[in-house]
Design a protein around this ligand. Structure first.
Ligand code: PEP
Ligand code: MG
Length: 562
């Protein structure tokens, strides 16, 4: 039988081969009896008992996750525990029971409204609807006394397939036994995906309905790098997948074969990812996307809470640098408690530094206070960078806010240290103004996810133009080249923290373009470090020159294949 490929979204750049086990969390409910046949008191008792049992289970899973994965991952279970006590949700279930609906049907009905609300909010809020489904399914299983597959005891070489995996499901998977997982639903930033990355399991999500047709016991490959599930893989595909997890982890800094150092750093969104970053051999944190600290909560983290998180990051890299990006909200990252007007075209609207210098000025100041203080307290070297910068004025105004914050900290008698300061290069304007920006700053980091969308005028979220949203396009390469020259002319260092930096096929090209640092998801670090040590910089430069002279992306790809 020839192999069949299904496309999804790769969340860990690892591949695994194994045998399918289906995980079906759906609990089939029989038709409910007529309301007058239901005893609400008895149903309330059943619901209460289920809530208690769910709390107990969650607490146990929380403790186990804290011990085996990390304290921060375990925090997801705290959020679940809070949901169980949220009167808006439990109240909806209780109301349904009062109307004569049996407990299990009431759970299904009661959660539906809240799930729909979160989904309607869109973006990352919508992904939190998965947490609610997780709790609903747990309660349904408990109320109906249904069996569940023990995910921590799956046979070695299992590829787990499911319509959707919840964070608590994913946390139970043992990376030593599970060859990978794939789900029909879910996105790159869902909690299941984040867990998969931090425990290093090959995973592909969002494969769609086709996934559901794969039979139990089928042999499949989960290719998290290509974002593919391969059913009935042929020998070559199988071998490649089996080899992909055998990479050497280098905890030391690396240099090219001719002795040029290249820093290889990790992108993180929460402190939970620090441990994985260190374990994969990151030299530093090249991008801390702080907006994640502001998601999934009703109020923003205050100065002390932020201080603690930034210090934790700095302490994780005593010999390295931690580049913290100030809040980058707007675009695809709405935050519920931030008062944002709906915009016609949010990616070209009030995003990133535009919000920090406008409606979110207070959040910006609080964050800067926490950062400057963390710089003095934490072990590693702090660097602070501003997102979505398009003008020199934005940088000047941001630097002025920092000066203000410094004066304030002096007045308050609080210790602080000035960090290195830089910007994301993710707008064409920042590329063209590179020389002037470099005069004012210590470093740049190229955000190729956005830079590509703005250079190519092709949304990073629109499948219809995905062929244009490709950083290998010569137009994007020329923008990168120009940014590198501008940075170096102004004695600033320049890194890259967009997804492009973690593509192992591009390491030589990026080193040839002159990048000083590459920052990526932790799991790709071993591959990229392995590539760096093989590179000859003169050859890499020549290769980059050829790529820059290319007229089409096809030509760039041909060069890469050679
Ligand atoms: C980028 O735009 O490349 C980037 C790293 O930032 P984000 O993906 O968070 O927008
Ligand atoms: Mg960006």
């Amino acid at each position: 039988m020839s192999e069949r490929r299904l496309e999804g979204v790769g969340v860990t750049p690892l591949s695994g081969v194994g045998t399918v086990i289906w995980y079906d969390q759906e609990v089939d409910l029989p038709e409910p009896p007529a309301p007058d046949e239901v005893d609400p008191d008895a149903e309330h008792d059943r619901f209460e008992t289920a809530l208690d049992a769910a709390r107990e289970e969650l607490q146990a899973e929380r403790d186990r996750t804290a011990e085996e994965v990390g304290e921060d991952e375990a925090a997801i279970f705290d959020a679940h525990l809070q949901f169980l006590d949220d009167p808006q949700i439990t109240g909806a279930v209780e109301d349904a029971i009062d109307e004569g609906v049996p407990a299990e049907h009431a759970v299904r009905e009661g959660f539906e409204g809240a799930i729909e609300q979160m989904e309607a909010a869109g973006g990352r809020m919508a992904e939190r609807a998965d947490d609610l489904r997780d709790i609903r399914d747990r309660l349904l299983r408990i109320v109906t006394d249904s069996e569940r597959l023990d995910l921590s005891e799956l046979p070695e070489g299992t590829v787990l397939l499911a319509e959707m995996l919840t964070p608590s499901d994913t946390a139970q998977l043992d990376p030593e036994r599970v060859a990978g997982f794939a789900t029909a639903k879910g996105g790159r930033t869902s909690h299941a995906a984040i867990f998969a990355r931090s425990i290093g399991i090959p995973a592909v999500v969002g494969v769609g309905e086709q996934l559901l047709e794969i039979e139990a016991d089928a042999e499949i490959v989960v290719d998290g790098e290509a974002g593919e599930v391969v059913v009935d893989p042929d020998e070559a595909t199988r071998e490649r997948a089996a080899e992909s997890r055998d990479v050497e982890i280098r905890t030391e800094r690396v240099e090219t074969a001719d002795g040029e150092p290249v820093e290889v750093a990790a992108n993180i969104g929460t402190a939970a990812e620090l441990e994985g970053a260190v374990a994969q051999g990151a030299d530093a944190v090249g991008l801390f996307r702080t907006e994640f600290l502001f998601l999934d909560r009703a109020t923003p983290p205050d100065e002390d809470e932020q201080l603690e998180t930034y210090v934790e990051a700095l302490d994780a890299f005593p010999e390295g640098r931690v580049v913290v990006r100030t809040l980058d909200i707007g675009g695809d990252k709405p935050i519920p408690y931030v008062d944002a007007e709906e915009e016609e075209n949010p990616f070209l609207g009030t995003r990133g530094i535009r919000r920090s210098l406008g409606p979110d000025a207070e959040l910006f100041r609080t964050q800067l206070r926490a950062l400057l203080r963390a710089g003095a307290e934490g072990d590693g070297e702090l660097a602070v960078m501003f997102p979505m910068v398009a003008t020199v004025e934005e940088v000047d105004r941001s630097l002025a806010v920092i000066e203000d914050v410094r004066a304030e900290l002096d007045e308050d008698g609080l210790g602080y240290e000035m960090p290195e300061l830089g910007v994301m290069v993710e707008t064409p304007a920042a590329v063209f103004m590179g020389e002037q920006l470099a005069e004012r700053l210590d470093f740049f980091s190229i955000g190729t996810n956005d830079l590509t969308q703005y250079v190519m005028a092709a949304s990073r979220q629109n499948e219809a133009v995905a062929h244009l949203h490709n950083p290998r396009d010569p137009a994007v390469l020329r923008a990168i080249d120009r940014a590198v020259d501008a940075a170096h002319a102004g004695d600033a260092w320049i890194g890259m923290c967009g997804e492009m930096a973690g593509d192992p096929e591009l390491t030589e090209l990026l080193v040839g373009l002159g990048l000083d640092e590459l920052s990526m998801s932790a799991v790709t670090i071993p591959n990229v470090k392995g590539n760096v040590v093989e590179i000859d910089t003169a050859e890499a430069r020549e290769f980059a020159e050829q790529a820059l002279a290319s007229e089409t992306r096809a030509q760039v790809n041909e060069l890469l294949e050679e």
